[in-house]
Design a protein around this ligand. Structure first.
Ligand code: UD1
Length: 357
């Protein structure tokens, strides 16, 4: 039996095509939701829209410090592994749930598969970078989304026989859901005109947890809203910090709660540009050919820059503000789609697992 792990929002999007494919071949699989994300709009709605089965086990860990959240998952997940003795634990992405469950399985000599292996920002101050490196080094099957992943794993001395270039499960879901997303009425509901707004998302602790950084971000958003309508679905972490630091967004900024998947994809696909610090949105915008401005100093997804429509603009919001006219009007890039981002990644993954476990 395979145990699949999900915990946070981006995990749900990646697991959906894998479960569908496992079920196609009647491969026994069991779904554990750690509860790292738990609000309806951060979790439940994704299960509904992406046809993910109800989790067999919900660990209910909730939000806390990294050590507490990770250790609580470890303790609870070990009991499940001891009881069920799976032949493989499959983890996706780079969140704390990914690392915690990979560690439990590897200590019990249960095989680990990591979907989205090999990505590196080379910035160890990012919690996700630690999660990526450690998870990869504990994994038996490393499923890679882009060329840089192959290069990074080779540099780190991971045996080639464990590494499989399969493509991108997040794009599998995007392709699978594209038609349904287009049916979303989110533009009409919010009186937004297609191709005439800037979509904004910010949630990284490095950007939003420090008052000076968040002040600069709010000021950038307010400035953009003078030139172009701004739509900002706000992550709970960011909302909390804006309130805590007493910052004010311009009334022109359309603030929305975190959105369900289909509505968000429609909003992304119809935006003029997106400004973000997200990992997944860099990939989704590359697939959709939307100009994406990533407010970070590095990216673990370099193919979105080299091949796609992503621009790495750094984390200094003052620099970005100074170049706003260029960003909004001139700096457009023709992109293409990275290899194997073709909707077949989960098929490749399940074929490899079927033949090897
Ligand atoms: C986590 C992941 C990050 C991923 C992001 C996607 C780690 C280390 N971080 O960050 O890689 O990009 O998810 O969203 O695993 N909260 C709610 N409702 C929820 C969940 C969280 O209100 O359902 C609030 C909590 O009060 C918490 C804050 O949001 O303090 C942040 O949540 P947390 O899970 O700690 O990390 P994210 O910033 O979401």
């Amino acid at each position: 039996m395979i145990i699949n792990i999900v915990g946070a929002r981006p995990n749900f999007i990646k697991i959906s095509p894998i479960i569908r494919e496992l079920n196609k071949y009647s491969i026994p699989n069991y779904l554990v939701h750690t509860g790292q994300h738990y609000d309806w709009n951060m979790s439940g709605t994704f299960f509904n829209e992406l046809d993910i089965p109800t989790p067999d086990k919900f660990l209910n860990v909730g939000s806390s410090s990294h050590a507490k959240q990770t250790s609580e998952i470890i303790e609870k997940f070990e009991k499940i592994c001891l009881e069920l003795r799976p032949s493989l634990v499959l983890v996706v992405g780079d969140v704390n749930s990914t690392l915690a469950c990979a560690l439990v399985a590897s200590k019990l000599n249960i095989k680990v598969a990591h979907v989205e292996a090999g990505l590196r920002s080379f910035d160890r101050t990012m919690p996700e970078e630690i999660n990526r490196v450690l998870t990869d080094h504990m994994s038996d099957f490393l499923f890679v989304t882009e060329q840089s992943g192959l290069d990074n794993l080779a540099t780190e001395g991971i045996a080639k026989s464990k590494v499989h270039f399969v493509g991108n499960c997040m794009i599998d879901t995007l392709i699978h859901s594209h038609k349904s997303a287009e049916k979303s009425t989110i533009l009409e509901e919010n009186e937004i005109t297609s191709k005439n707004y800037c979509l904004i998302t910010f949630h990284r602790p490095s950007n939003v947890d420090k008052i000076d950084n968040l002040k600069d971000i709010v000021s950038l958003i307010n400035e953009v809203s003078q030139d172009l309508p701004v739509v900002f679905p706000i992550h709970p972490r960011t909302k909390k910090k804006i309130k805590e630091f007493g910052l004010n967004l311009n009334k022109k900024v359309l603030l929305l709660n975190p959105l369900p998947y289909l509505g968000f994809i429609k909003l992304l696909n119809h935006s003029k540009i997106v400004i973000t610090d997200s990992g997944g949105i860099q990939e989704e915008s590359t697939f959709l050919g939307i100009q994406c401005y990533t407010c970070r100093d590095n990216t673990e997804r370099p193919s979105t820059i080299d091949i796609g429509t992503n621009h790495l603009v750094g984390s200094n919001m003052k620099n970005i503000k100074e170049n706003l006219t260029e960003i909004l009007d001139e700096n457009f890039k023709e992109g293409s789609i990275p290899q194997f981002w073709d909707g077949q990644a989960a098929k490749r993954i399940v074929k490899i697992l079927k033949d090897n476990i």
